[in-house]
Structures are given as structure tokens and as C-alpha cells.
Design a protein around this ligand. Sequence first.
Ligand code: ADP
Ligand code: XUL
Length: 550
Amino acid sequence: MPQQQQETQQTFLGFDLSTQKLKAILLSPDLNVVASAEVKFDSDLPEFRTTGGASAGPNKFEFFVQPVMWVKAMDIVLDRLVMQEADLSTVAAISGSAQQHGSLYWSKHGISALHSLDPDKFLHAQIDDSAFVVNRTPIWMDASTHKQCFEMETAIGGQTEMVQMTGSKCYARFTGPQIRKIYQQRTHAYEDAQRISLVSSFLASLFLGDVAAIDYADGSGMNLLDIRNKTWSKACLNACAPDLDERLGAPVDGFAVLGNVCDYFVQRFCFPPTCKVVACTGDNPSALAGMLVANNWLSVSLGTSDTLMMSLEEPPKLEEGHVLCHPTETHKYMGLLCFRNGSLVREAINKLEANGSWETFNELLDSTPRGNFGNMALHFREMEIIPKAKGTLRWNKEMQPSSPDAAKGVLKFSSPQIEIRALIEGQMLHHRAIAEDMGFHFGSETKILATGGASVNQSILQIIADVFNAPVYKQNESEAALLGAAYRAAYAYYVHENGQTESVKSYRDYILSQKPNQLNIACEPNKDSETIYAPMLQRYRDMAYVLESQ
Ligand code: ADP
Ligand code: XUL
């Protein structure tokens, strides 16, 4: 085939295996969307009985997913792409993004099934329950491992050492403490586990037909990786579980080409046998990769969790929050804050106060003034990550930290309008206060780029602009993590084809040279916003303190 013809046909496929859905996107050679498809776990796969993509475990604070649900979702999403006449014979490279921290424990049988996938059968008929020694994958919502966190930190000499080494103190949802819990409570299963994957490396494994390596950025969400040297920390591995390095395999760069797609996809979906499988990464690093923004930007993702992300030159030593290896820049780091009570709480209050209609929700929200007459609420329906607090607290204007009813607050506000504004303002004040504690300064230079499911909501974005006192922008495509997956596939392919020479462009330069990043202003902050919200930050802190002390 002539060189030029071959090049024009090269497309790039990205996946995002997020909390609530599996999404796929096919990009043309100039990185425009040519096809996309999605599978929603709750509604498309009701047999797994998930709520918001997950199931609550028998013990308090446990949350899990049956991994076969994800495999079945892959069967469906690929069929949906084909139904859209996506030509998969043009895919030059594949990569993916996935919810962070979850762990999958491969059985011997599972690995041999991966090695010998039969193209006449669905994936889920082959990678079934027996492919895993633990068929309930603990996911990021799980908050049941505080004992293991304490043990791991103690074993390596304390919390400060853990932060210094891995970029985060031990968090209950991080994979190291989760693996330790499996090792302690299901020792035989741990011993039988041949390999352990993150959700991202599991996704890559399906395409590779073998257990795929974990990338540095997602590996930073485990409390196991030495983020400066980019190797597993021996001290952390030892503090977690025995013989762990052989189960994890060596971590790799996020642009690593892991191999060619396995024969299953060539036979069943006509992928070219030369199609490259590029390391997959976590959804937050992938969102940062998809946003392509410069350093003074704060990226805000409003998915199931709300997250704030930023690029960092050096890893600061944080008491809270996370520093990860940067997904696209070798010598940089990424700051991450994750808030558990995001979209699912907004959805619950929407159902209660606006019959589940976002339109009504926004009308009510927009009909109240900024500052909400001094009414404010914190809704930590599930145990929040920072601060570690659970419960709902509503304060009206009169309530003071010293009031006798401060810990109880008021039971309900007088109208749905006030209820809804109190929720959104409370959420965004919470996010800003924690970001400031992490050392992020909001100045006149700050710009915010919003992504994720709730970023389509203009009224919510306006509150973000006001609370952070910064303009909020959006990209043309609202799913940065998904976009980041396909962009990373395209860049890894470009580097693979051109070799690591000096003339090879950086990730950002390369992607921008193919396609300009169209950022559209969504909202400007109102002029009086700082005078309204700066005092409310202190009120947030008082309320959070009360909730935390309960
Ligand atoms: P994830 O990637 O974590 O699976 P998404 O980024 O797809 O999640 O976001 C899903 C969330 O988006 C849903 O839980 C829903 O509450 C929220 N969402 C969708 N549309 C709107 C809207 N118009 N306003 C507010 N939130 C919305
Ligand atoms: C990040 C986190 C969540 C998940 C799901 O630390 O726990 O954002 O990645 O999106």
C-alpha cells in the first residue's frame, strides 16, 4: 500500500472504563471523533445489580464490582462501535483510561484463557468468574482498609515516609492497603493469584491477550510506587504482602507500547495485526492528558467523584491529597484531589427536590442569590476522603460553631431552591478549601477547565467560577479522560514510528500540531464573588470540623 494512503487510514481507539460506564471513541488521523459508543452498567447490564456502577459489600464501607461485568461491557461496546460502521481495520493504536485504585486478581486459568481467546466466542464466555481468584473487585469507593493503612505506614516508619516515597499517605481506597486486606483475609486467594492488575492494566490486558504492565501514573495510586525513581518501593511492598513484585510486574511509562493486539481482535473485529496496544492509565491522569492545558490551569472533573488536578514541577510534601507521576511529562508530577461525594449526591438531591430533572434543578438553583441568605450544607453521604467525615449538616444564617445545635444543624431548609444552592455551594467551597490547604493558590492568572458528566451543567459551572473566583472553560468534547486515552494512543504510535530522536515533538506539541485545543469560555466569575465566598470558606471549615468531630 502506498505510504500516504496507509497514513490517511490510521485511526486511534480510546476507552474509558469509568465508574458508571464503559465508553469508546475512535479518532481520525487528525484526531477528530469518527465514532463513539458507550455501555452503562446499571441499565445495560442489570443482571449485575449495580447502583452507580458498583455494589455495596456485606461489611460497612466495602464497595466492589464483579469484573465479568466489565468484560461483558467490552463485548457490547465493541459490537456497538461496529454497528456504527466504525472501521476497526484502520486502528493503528489503542489505549485506555480507567477508574483508579481497583485491583483484579488473576487465576492461572484466567491467564491461560487470556493467552488463547477463541474469536468465535464472546470475551465474557472466556474471561469469566473463574479467571479471577477474587470475584469481587474492590474499587475506589471502598473505605474499609484503615487498619491496613495504619499497618503499612507503621511498617515503613510513619506517614511522612509514606508521603515522601509514594506521594500520598495511605488512603483506604489505594491499592496497597486493599491488596494487604485480601492477603490477610483471603490468604489462599492471594497465594493463588498469579498476577494483580489495576482496572487500567486489566483493560490493556484484554487487548494484549496477556497480563499488561501498570503505568507509572496509575501506579502512583497504590501506596507502593517510589514516584521519584519510578520503581516499586521494596519497603512498601514488604509492608503490604509477600512476593508482591512478581504479582505486579515491572511498572512502565504511560506511552509504552506493550505489544500488538492479540489475534482474537484481528479475527473477530478485523483489527490489523500490527495494531499497537499502549499502556492504559487512570481516569484522572488520562483526563489531564486529554485537557492539554498549561501550568496555571486547574482541571476540574465532575464525574462520579469530583476531582481537581494540576501539573506540578516538584512533588510537594502533602499531609492530604496525592502527588502522582505525570501522565505525559517525564520530569513532572500531577497533583490530585478526589472528593467522593460528587455526582451521586447531586443526583440524589435532584431526585428529592426536582423530580430528577436537571432542567428544574437548574431553574431552582438559578432562582437563589449567591451566598444563599447564609444557608449552607455539607452532604458527606458516604465517608468523605478529605476530610474523613460522614454525615449531612445544614447551617442557617444564625448558626455559629458555638451554638448549642451546631452539631445537629437544621433538619431541612425552607425550600427546594435553598436546599439545592446549599448543596452546590457547600460542595464547591469544600473543594476550594482543600485545594488551598494543598498549596494551590487561586490568583488572577488561574483558569479552570471543567470536564466529566456534570460539566454539561452551566448553572453548576457558574457556581464553580464564583467560588473559585476564576473563569471556567470547557473543551468541545466533554469527556477528557476518554479523549486522553485516544490522544495517548496516537502519540505513543507517533513516537514508536519515529523513534526517540531529538526531533520528536513533546506530547502536547504533537497533539496540538494535529488538532488545536478548542477551549470555550463557559462562565466568568461575578465581580462580587470573592466578597461573598471568602467568608463562607471559614464557615465551611467550621462545619467540616463539627462533622469530623462527630
Ligand atoms: P464516570 O466517568 O465517573 O462514570 P461521568 O463523567 O460519566 O462519570 O459522569 C456521570 C455523572 O454525570 C452522573 O452521575 C450524573 O449525575 C452527572 N450528570 C449528567 N448530566 C448532568 C447534568 N445535566 N447536570 C449535572 N450532572 C449531570
Ligand atoms: C481518584 C479516585 C476516583 C476514581 C474514579 O483518586 O479515587 O476519581 O479514579 O474516577
